[in-house]
Design a binder for this molecule. Structure first.
Ligand code: PMV
Length: 316
């Protein structure tokens, strides 16, 4: 039997970086997925295959010896075999509909899909139980993860969250039409987070005033989301981009991508850590083709809707 599970990509709509200093952020899952397929084998190892490579590890070794890219998968596989006293080996295949390393949450989606798929070989766990395994797995590579990315992958939809563990799913959230465009520049979240810390330490008053403005902006954004007010939401995205530019996490490429869609979309901003990665632009049926057209010549881009499903599991 094969056990298959998939989980969605995520984007940050508002609040990246400011959340590190106590603010709220709003993130959502989108309809691009990572799928993990697993099966038990008679081999004495765990085989992992994805577009990032191929690996076979001893099933009883330590996951800590596994390359970072595959460590969460090794962790979930080893812990699950151990928990069920299984003598079997395991084969795991990962396939993805979206790029990794550009702030779309590929590692969280992979942890969630793997936790769903691998646990499904032995029985049915609740979403809460799968979320816990996925967060533990993600902690093997990002010790300080807030767990918000894995949470949105499991439940889908739009979430408001803050670093102190507050997570709230927005009820009746609109199904936004977004365009995601990849700058093609890989970024390191930890490097960009420390650049922001330097900005804050060098200009504490400016930073503190931006934190206050961002907090107000997020309350307005939550209100606009409830009212499905695209015009307002787009303006707030563009304003959020200005704050991100002030703290130095945008760059020429991201700014020029945002200018390209300035006229066509309701609004646009970088998403995630910045200094590379992706931008998002808000659209609807009336302007979607125009927004895609403005970016498609130079950048990898796709349209995305909010995913309201989250984790999906099946046996085959
Ligand atoms: O690179 P991403 O998409 O995972 O976003 C990081 C978000 C930050 O606010 C910059 C960092 C954080 O830990 O919240």
């Amino acid at each position: 039997m094969k056990s298959v599970a998939s989980a969605p990509a995520k984007i940050i709509l508002f609040g990246e970086h400011f959340i590190v200093y106590g603010g709220k952020a709003v993130l959502c899952s989108i309809d691009k997925r990572i799928t993990v397929e697993s099966e038990l084998t008679t081999a004495n190892n765990i085989e992992i295959e994805s577009s990032l490579g191929r690996l076979a590890i001893p099933k009883s070794g330590s996951y800590k010896d596994t390359d970072l890219v595959f460590r969460p998968l090794a962790y979930i596989a080893q812990k699950t075999l151990e928990k069920f006293n299984s003598e079997s080996g395991m084969r795991i295949r990962v396939s993805s509909e979206f790029p990794s390393g550009v702030g779309l949450g590929s590692s969280s989606a992979c942890c969630v899909a793997a936790a769903g798929s691998i646990s499904g070989l032995f029985g049915k766990l609740t979403k809460e139980e799968i979320l816990k395994i996925a967060i533990d797995a993600e902690r093997t590579i990002f010790e300080n993860t807030s767990g918000a990315d894995c949470t949105v992958c499991v439940y889908g939809g739009i979430l408001e969250y803050s670093k102190d563990g507050h997570i709230r799913k927005l009820e009746n959230a609109p199904n936004l039409e977004l365009v995601v465009a990849n700058s093609g520049i890989a970024h390191s979240t930890s490097k960009v987070v420390s650049m922001v810390r330097q900005f804050k330490d060098g200009k504490p008053e400016i930073f503190s005033s931006l934190c206050t403005k961002e907090a107000n902006l997020i309350e307005d954004a939550l209100d606009a989301l409830q009212k499905n007010d695209l015009g307002k939401l787009g303006k707030l995205m563009t304003q959020n981009q200005e704050f991100l530019e002030k703290i130095g996490v945008s760059n020429d490429t991201l700014s020029s991508m945002i200018s390209l869609v300035g006229g066509a979309s309701y609004g646009a901003k970088l998403t995630g850590a910045g200094d590379g990665g992706c931008i998002i632009a808000l659209a609807d049926k009336s302007n979607l083709e125009k927004v895609l057209g403005a970016l498609a010549e130079k950048y990898e881009c796709f349209s995305a809707k909010i995913d309201t499903v989250g984790l999906e599991q099946r046996a085959s």
